[in-house]
Design a protein around this ligand. Structure first.
Ligand SMILES: Nc1ncnc2c1ncn2[C@@H]1O[C@H](COP(=O)(O)OP(=O)(O)O)[C@@H](O)[C@H]1O
Ligand SMILES: [Mg+2]
Length: 248
């Protein structure tokens, strides 16, 4: 369970101060798939940065399964958290092969065992995970990641999160840089991996259709606070037209 308590974050420029997150409280149970929407500048990325540890909040506490992680750096949180960015080229190392990238991902949570991933077992594990994608990447594990398309790299980053395995997957507009067909594929893969591995997903999206169709909870941020918090039962009956009106 991810628990945010009374999170405050303000940014000042000149003599004005902008309250970007203003006393936010949020409980995200294990396995939940939460979509977050909000206008530009409503604090969505700031919130993900605060959860990830790239931004230390002015105030408030973040716990994962009861462990207070508020004071921990981003790399110290990596055994709980994986992150997917908008830019597909952000999550993987292009000069390394798929296998080597998978190896790095698996080390993320197992610092004690640095020899992990050198043998046939790890090749098999990697291939098994990649075959879930249905993209044929399991036949390309010795190719450099730089030779893959943006969509394939985004898919690979997702599998790396599943392999690790992360408790919480943070996604900040993961499909914004992709064409519609590839974007749909990435959403489908996200659903598949979420169903199979049961990690918690927190996904920021500008795509209202995805926000309505994906996951089992929808949150809208406005003025640094939670403007809407729609649980699964209610979310199933949501209409895209109504959600668009919330932005007025
Ligand atoms: N490090 C920072 N320093 C100053 N202002 C920031 C910083 N990060 C974000 N902001 C401001 O905070 C507001 C919220 O930004 P952000 O969280 O990126 O919004 P969103 O992701 O919802 O579009 C914006 O007005 C942005 O300019
Ligand atoms: Mg953003």
């Amino acid at each position: 369970m991810l628990h945010l308590q009374n999170i405050h974050q303000a940014f000042s420029s000149g003599d004005s101060t902008l309250k970007v997150v203003d006393g936010l409280n949020l409980v995200i149970p294990k396995g939940e798939f939460l979509c977050i929407i909000g206008s530009n500048g409503s604090g969505k990325s700031t919130l993900l940065n605060i959860i990830a540890g790239n931004q230390k909040p002015d105030n408030g506490t973040i716990t994962i399964n009861g462990t207070d992680i508020t004071g921990l750096q981003d790399f110290e949180r990596s055994k709980w958290l994986a992150r997917i960015f908008q830019d597909p080229f952000n999550g993987t190392a292009p000069e390394l092969t798929i296998l080597e990238n998978m190896r790095l991902a698996s080390r993320r949570t197992s610092s004690k065992n640095l020899t992990i991933g050198t043998g046939a077992d790890f090749r098999k594990l990697t291939k098994d995970h990649l075959s879930i994608l249905g993209l044929g990447l399991e036949n390309k594990i010795d190719q450099p990641v730089g030779s893959l398309s943006g969509g394939q790299r985004q898919a690979l980053t997702l599998v790396m999160a599943a392999l690790a395995p992360a408790e919480v997957l943070l996604m900040d507009e993961p499909t914004a840089a992709l064409d519609p067909k590839t974007a749909a594929m990435i959403m489908e893969i996200t659903n598949k991996l979420h169903a199979q591995f049961g990690f918690t997903v927190v996904m920021v999206t500008h795509n209202i259709k995805d926000a309505v169709n994906m996951g089992n909870r929808l949150l809208m941020l406005k003025s640094g606070t939670v403007f809407k918090d729609i649980p699964a039962a209610e979310k199933r009956n949501l209409d895209i037209v109504d959600v668009v009106k919330w932005f007025d």
